[in-house]
Design a binder for this molecule. Sequence first.
Ligand code: CP
Length: 321
Amino acid sequence: MAEGNEEARAVFPHKHLLGIEGLARRDVEMILDTADALRGITLRRIKKVQTLRGRMVVNAFFENSTRTRVSFEMAEKRLSADSVNIQASGSAMAKGETLLDTLQNIEAMRPDMVVIRHSCSGAPHFLARHLSSNVINAGDGHHEHPTQALLDALTIRHAKGTLERLEVAICGDIMHSRVARSNAHLLRLFGSRVRVAGPQTMIPRGVEEALGVRVCRSLAEAVEGADVVMMLRIQKERMGADLFPSDREYARCFGLTRDLLRGAKPDAIVMHPGPMNRGVEIAPDVADGERSVILGQVENGVAVRMAVLYLLAGASELPAE
Ligand code: CP
């Protein structure tokens, strides 16, 4: 489907990608199938097609990023879109301009899509109400990180052959994790079961009902019999105060080791969205071990972001949601 698959373009029913919440199972399947179809481009000697030639994408990253920012830019280049990058430092936001003013000024230059990462939950939704471009959420506060959940789903589907009826353990700082929220929403669409574990101070009250997950008392309980073990970084930048005594203590209680991993299914995979704190939430020999698919997640990130750009480009005439 490298170029000109008008059928796929015609049916994606959303103008923006703001979160996994609000997507239907068929929307997720369409993105993952499109990503699988586009993956071949990234394996060619000349990794470029003309599909989005003449489209302009603005990558607005107002919070630090390595994987998401680079893979969006790579995805745009592989589809021949033009792109420009802005960030808070070096932009007029550093002089006091609001996010809305900044983006409305950018939009006056007529881009087609805006990819935004922001520390405020809901920032992409706010912009989607005010801009006519397609808006893609590249991570908003502790709310959602939809393309991360999609690339995680693609990685799980490759490893397990399905997203259905899996036991998935998501462990660590659940409170501040947009990755946990987006993954829980997505896995629920497929009937997989999510258990979470972490320090009590990092498990939000009411998470069972809000995300449909089971809260475990220990990391060992969460890992027991799991098909997928997803470890999360402690998001110190989102904490008002220390929520655990020390990294050493955290590693002792909530760090994934080879020993703990023996409780998972024999073919369980280990995931981490990155950036990792080696020796804190994950032991280095687990991060680099034979069960780890962490670099596969990163590789799949490019294909998933190509798919999202491709499908939204076809949906650009839809009215605002
Ligand atoms: N997983 C993820 O969002 O990584 P970055 O912060 O490096 O983009």
